[in-house]
Design a protein around this ligand. Structure first.
Ligand code: ATP
Ligand code: MG
Length: 250
């Protein structure tokens, strides 16, 4: 995936990310001295209290916000899929056209769109506009839009919230199967520890603001254990006993 000799994986080193004062709100230091390495094909789950800067960090990695001190290193040829915290579909395009828009090669479009509409159980709403679909459906369209480009790096910002639990669980299983078939480097923001244990190789706990890495915990479970609720529950208890006080899991 990365060219020979190039650094592999995603390297994050943010010395400082500030937002300027807006109106009566003072300037704000949101990220300070945050270092994180996500290896090629690794899945890192990011935890942190609300407002600590997780979405801000994903925006820096995606290149949507370039005003910060530090560096983000990733191979130049990587395609980035981003599942935003809100679905952010374009309201003037149908569901299908929202997917078509991100595809570089129009010849690929019909097959890929059909494939991802089916995978996300959206075949009936391809021709519908986003203001006529539910939030859960919009979330699934946003997932399809990120997967459809075969990303090398997938940024996922609480992608499974506001879905009913059986649908969320189906999509987690689909994510694992998709990653098995197409190894991808993933950074996944969640507040759900069970979900993170099922999916991630590593949990990264942020504290703040300003956010920085407080603790990293490896998740060394087999595929069979990840599919076993009791094994996840056991590991969850272990994580909670290891988690430092003042962290996002306490
Ligand atoms: N464009 C902006 N201008 C000014 N301040 C901002 C801007 N975007 C975010 N912030 C502030 O930066 C801080 C971090 O916001 P961010 O959205 O990254 O938090 P988060 O960790 O993703 O929270 P949540 O878990 O609630 O999604 C918050 O205090 C927020 O108000
Ligand atoms: Mg956020």
């Amino acid at each position: 995936m990365s060219p020979a000799g190039a650094a592999s994986g995603l390297g994050i080193s943010v010395r400082a990310k500030r937002f300027a004062a807006v109106g009566a709100a003072p300037p704000k230091l949101v990220i300070k001295d945050l270092q994180l390495q996500v290896p090629d094909s690794g899945l890192v789950a990011l935890f942190g209290p609300s407002g600590c800067g997780k979405t801000t960090l994903l925006n820096l990695i995606a290149g949507l916000d370039r005003e910060f001190e530090g560096r983000i290193d990733l191979p130049a040829d990587w395609r980035i899929g981003y599942v935003f915290q809100e679905p952010r579909l374009l309201p003037w395009l149908t569901v299908e056209d929202n997917l078509r828009l991100v595809l570089p090669d129009p010849d690929d479009a019909p097959g890929k769109i059909a494939e991802w509409l089916a995978a996300m159980e959206l075949v009936d709403i391809g021709k519908v506009y986003p203001n006529r679909i539910s939030l859960g459906m919009a979330r699934r369209v946003a997932l399809a839009r990120a997967f459809i480009i075969d990303p090398d790096l997938l940024l996922m910002d609480e992608p499974f919230v506001s879905l009913d639990e059986p649908t969320a669980q189906r999509l987690r299983t689909l994510l694992l199967a998709t990653l098995q078939a197409h190894p991808t480097t993933v950074l996944f923001v969640t507040h759900n520890l069970r979900e993170a244990i099922m999916l991630a190789d590593r949990l990264v706990l942020l504290s703040g603001p300003p956010s920085h890495v407080q603790q990293e915990i490896a998740v060394d479970l087999t595929a069979a254990e990840r599919a076993d609720e009791a094994a996840i529950e056991r590991f969850r208890a272990e994580v909670l006993s290891q988690a430092l006080p003042e962290g996002p899991l306490r």
